[in-house]
Design a binder for this molecule. Sequence first.
Ligand code: MV4
Length: 445
Amino acid sequence: MFKKILIANRGEIALRVIRTCREMGIKTVAVYSTADRDSLHVKFADEAVCIGKPQSSESYLNIPHIMAAIEITNADAVHPGYGFLAENAKFSQICADHGIKFIGPTGDMINKMGDKITAKETMIRAGVPVIPGSEGLLGSLEEAKGIAREMGYPVILKATAGGGGKGMRIVWEESEMERAYNTAKAEAAAAFKNDGIYMEKFVEEPRHIEIQVAGDQYGNVCHLSERDCSIQRRHQKLVEESPSPFMTRDLREKMGEAAKKAAGAINYESVGTIEFLVDKHRNFYFMEMNTRIQVEHCVTEEVINFDLIKEQIKIAMGEKISGMDYEPQQHAIECRINAEDPYNDFRPSPGRISVLHQPGGHGVRVDSHVYAGYVIPPYYDSMIGKLITVARTRSEAIDTMYRALSEYVIEGVKTTIPFHLQLMQNERFRSGDFNTKFLESFKMQ
Ligand code: MV4
């Protein structure tokens, strides 16, 4: 049993973890940068330690500073949240070496999924469908052209150290290959200090559907159904929902089994997510695994009535999971409320929230760390909070969302609320007929 958990994060997820710890009777330690002195996670935790300057590299990404905070507060476990150090294999390993439980997977598990070619090879061995492409790294431009000619264009070049859309290049015909090959390699080298790239057949207009999984220390794995995250802009998710409007019982069964094989292949411990691309014929392919709790975990919590943070902590304490799979019992939608201007290319809009009224009522959940007078610092992501609605049907969840968005008042900064209001009224969104390209043609009124 943990007595005290240090939360190596900030914002809404730090608050989210503190809330569950309170319910479990576990003491909490917040860490904060000098830009976050007045944050709610600092006020709500039992203790708080300043870990440095506003830049993430000086605070939330600074492992020595965080280890010092663990040491002086005598915390016995650390929750990394999402982003920052959540998928840092070294940090997980360093915690283990110091007898501190990292609430998440081991460094070895993070490494096995962090390198995309290694992950893909592991999936092939486990019998999980992957996108056809090169066998491992591309050795030369000529090799790339040869594979593409055999497979047929379009193809996509990806960095093996990448993920989340960074350093990808779509190639539509052979004349574009040389340039794409060279820029993809150069970008990968600059961004990840690893210029290894590989090739896949480009799947056109896919859906992004991910399966939430949980695995314990005894080799049990279960799945907790899907989330549809196809409403994205430049690889930033804006809306997530469960169940997916594209899902069928049969497809969920198949994707759920594939996701369990994927997690089982690395003896995964903790909660995690298997991301799939799903084409219009409902063929699905492993894309990558997220070895962390995600921003959108709340939609799963609402449809299966389950506290995923509590589950994550219990798994880290060595409890067994039931091994049962879960099906959505309701419909939940999440809208990310960001300090961004949807009328101006979603440009960040940090600053002081002068007036705030958050929505409530039946079927409405708000996960947010802001209050009236709070200043959104420019150093971190621009999320103000997440608005989640839950109802018996998708159409009712959308209606509740529209009502809740209409109640939301945020003055002082621009927000994504006007975008979400228009999306909830959009015919194609309402009919469930969308894919990852949908927002490219969406125009604000
Ligand atoms: C793809 C693809 C089409 N074909 N791979 C984007 C994020 C990264 N995880 C991989 N991504 C993609 N990989 C093949 N072979 C299309 C995307 C993609 C995408 C995927 C999910 C959600 C939004 C997306 C937007 C553009 C491209």
